[in-house]
Design a protein. Structure first.
Length: 520
C-alpha cells in the first residue's frame, strides 16, 4: 500500500464519519465507527480496521448506510470492508506514577489476601487480540513533564467485597458487550483511543461492576499504574473538605493527589451536576491528566449530553469533553441475558459458599426453575442477584426439611422483589418526570407546538400514561391539551414501533418508566 492510498483512505473515512454523524446513528455505533482506522483506498474499495471483534460485527451490519455515505463523499460507488486487526507488537504501558518497591509489595499483599484462593494472574482476554503488558520493574520511571510528588491515594486499600467485582465474574450479552470489551481494553492499557471512556445506563445494570473490574485488574496485574476509584459524591466530598480547611496546603494536596494518578475512575458522575465548584476542579484535573496521556473512565445514569439538561451546572463545553472519547450505553437485559445472569449468580454463590465456608447455601435450583426465575425477574441486575440469593437460601432451607423449592416459592419471592400492586401513579407525576428528563416545560409538553424536539417527549409521556395509569384514551387526550382519540393512539403506536426498532430509545423509555415506578 502506498502512502497516497493511506492518506486518501484517511481523508475519505473522515468525510464518511461526518456524513454518518448527520444521519443520526446511535452514539455507541458512531463511537465504534470512530474507533476504526482507515487502512487503504484503491479507488473502488475502502478498507478500515478495528481490533474489537464485537465492533467488527456491528459495523459490518451498517455496510449499506456506510456505502451510501461513501458514494456521496467520493461521487462514485465505493465498496466498504471492515477487517479485524491483531496487534502483534504490544507496547509496554508507560506510567507517570512513582511508587516504591515497598508500596508495590504492600498492594500485592493486599490484593492476594482479598481474593481467595490466590491464583496466578491470567492475561486479560478481549474480543480483540490484545496482549497483556509485559513484566516491568516495580518502580516506574515518572514522566518528565509530570510532578514527581507521590499521591496519597497510593496507600488506599480495595474493600474485599469490591475486590470480587472482576471481569471473570461479569456476565456479558448483546446489551453490554461493547462496554465490557471497552472496559477490558482500558484495563489492559493498550488502546489509547478509549480516553475518556464514558459508560452510561440506568441504575443496576453493571456499570459499577465494570469500573471496579478495571481497578481490580490494574491492581492485580499492573500495580505500578496508580488507579483511583471515586463516586461522584465522594469526589464532591473530597473537594468540599479541602476547601473548608481554607489553607493553601490543603488545596495543593488535593490537586497533587488527583493529578498524580494514572487511571482516574469516577462513578455516578451525575451526582456532581449541581456542584459548580467541584465541576470546575474536576475539569482542571481532567485537562491535566488528559494532557499527560493518563486514562479517565466515567459512568453515569444518562449520556453526556443529558447531563447538561435542566438546572445542571455542566455546560456544553464540559459535556462535549466527556463525550470526546468512546461513549457507550448499557441497556436493560432481555430474557436471555437475565437467564445467563441467574445461572452465573447461582453458580458463583455456591462456589463462594464452599470456598468461604458460608452455611445455608447448598440448595439446588433446577434448570426449569431458573428459567421461571428469569421470566419473573425485573431488569435491575443488583436486585436479580438478591433474588437468586434469596431463592438459594430458600432452596437450602427446604432441603433441610426434606422438601424442594417449587414454582409457588419462586413466584412469591419474585413478587416481593418486584411488586405488581395497584397502580397509584398520576398523569401529573408522569408529565413532571418526562419534563425533567427531556428538559421541556409543561406548556410545551401539553401545548400545540409541533417542534421536532417536542415530538419524542410528548409521545413518550402519552405512552407512559397509557401504561402506568387506568385513564382511557379520551381522558389522556384531555390531560395533554385536549388531543383527540386518534392523536393519542398515534403516540402509542409510534412509541411501540420505535421501541422495537431502536434499542437506545427503548433504554430511555425504560429508564423513565423505572424512575416513575420506583418513586411512586
Amino acid at each position: 500500500m502506498t502512502s497516497t492510498q493511506e492518506s486518501d483512505a484517511i481523508a475519505l473515512w473522515t468525510d464518511v464519519l461526518t456524513l454518518l454523524a448527520e444521519r443520526g446513528l446511535p452514539a455507541p455505533t458512531l463511537a465504534m465507527l470512530r474507533s476504526c482506522k482507515a487502512v487503504s483506498f484503491d479507488g473502488e474499495r475502502l478498507v478500515v480496521s478495528t481490533n474489537m471483534g464485537f465492533a467488527q460485527r456491528k459495523i459490518a451490519e451498517q455496510t449499506p448506510v456506510i456505502e451510501e455515505c461513501l458514494e456521496q463523499a467520493a461521487f462514485q460507488h465505493v465498496a466498504f470492508e471492515v477487517k479485524l486487526s491483531h496487534d502483534t507488537n504490544p507496547r509496554p504501558v508507560e506510567t507517570g506514577a512513582e511508587m516504591t518497591r515497598e508500596e508495590v509489595g504492600r498492594i500485592n499483599a493486599r490484593e492476594s489476601a482479598a481474593v481467595a484462593p490466590p491464583v496466578e494472574a491470567a492475561p486479560l482476554q478481549t474480543s480483540a487480540t490484545v496482549a497483556p503488558s509485559p513484566s516491568r520493574p516495580a518502580v516506574a520511571k515518572p514522566a518528565a513533564s509530570m510532578p514527581q510528588e507521590q499521591s496519597d491515594f497510593a496507600n488506599e486499600e480495595i474493600d474485599p467485597a469490591d475486590s470480587k467485582l472482576t471481569f471473570d465474574r461479569f456476565v456479558s450479552g448483546e446489551e453490554n458487550e461493547f462496554a465490557f470489551d471497552a472496559a477490558k481494553q482500558v484495563a489492559n492499557g493498550e488502546n489509547k483511543s478509549y480516553n475518556p471512556l464514558f459508560i452510561y445506563g440506568k441504575s443496576g445494570l453493571g456499570k459499577t461492576h465494570l469500573l471496579r473490574a478495571i481497578q481490580n485488574y490494574i491492581a492485580q496485574n499492573d500495580p505500578s499504574r496508580l488507579c483511583v476509584y471515586r463516586t461522584g459524591t465522594e469526589f464532591v466530598d473530597d473537594y468540599v473538605k479541602a476547601m473548608n480547611v481554607g489553607d493553601t496546603p490543603a488545596k495543593a494536596t488535593l490537586v497533587r493527589n488527583y493529578q498524580n494518578v494514572d487511571v482516574l475512575i469516577i462513578d455516578d458522575i451525575q451526582n456532581m451536576r449541581r456542584a459548580a465548584g467541584t465541576i470546575s476542579f474536576f475539569f482542571e484535573t481532567y485537562n491535566a491528566l488528559m494532557s499527560h496521556g493518563k486514562q479517565i473512565v466515567l459512568a453515569a445514569d444518562r449520556s453526556p449530553s443529558q447531563l447538561g439538561m435542566g438546572d445542571s451546572k455542566f455546560d456544553e463545553r464540559e459535556t462535549s469533553r466527556m463525550d470526546s472519547g468512546v461513549t457507550v450505553s448499557i441497556q436493560v437485559p432481555d430474557y436471555e441475558l437475565k437467564l445467563k445472569l441467574i445461572n452465573n449468580f447461582y453458580d458463583m454463590m455456591k462456589q463462594d459458599a464452599v470456598r468461604e465456608h458460608i452455611p445455608g447455601m447448598t440448595g439446588t435450583i433446577s434448570e426449569d426453575d431458573r428459567k421461571l426465575m428469569a421470566e419473573r425477574s425485573g431488569t435491575n441486575i443488583r436486585i436479580i442477584e438478591g433474588f437468586v440469593h434469596t431463592c438459594l437460601i430458600t432452596a437450602s432451607r427446604k432441603e433441610r426439611q426434606g422438601e424442594k423449592i417449587g414454582r409457588e416459592d419462586i413466584i412469591k419471592i419474585a413478587n416481593a422483589k418486584w411488586p405488581t400492586g395497584q397502580k397509584t401513579i398520576t398523569v401529573e407525576q408522569i408529565q413532571k418526570a418526562v419534563e425533567s428528563y427531556y428538559d421541556v416545560s409543561h406548556m410545551d409538553l401539553v401545548g400545540s407546538k409541533r417542534n421536532k424536539e417536542l415530538m419524542e417527549p410528548r409521545h413518550v409521556a402519552v405512552w407512559l400514561t397509557r401504561e402506568l395509569t387506568d385513564n382511557t384514551l379520551a381522558d389522556i387526550g384531555k390531560k395533554f391539551g385536549g388531543r383527540s382519540h386518534a392523536t393519542v393512539k398515534h403516540s402509542i403506536y409510534w412509541v411501540d414501533k420505535t421501541r422495537k426498532e431502536d434499542r437506545m430509545f427503548q433504554d430511555r423509555v425504560q429508564t423513565l418508566q423505572d424512575s416513575i415506578t420506583d418513586n411512586r
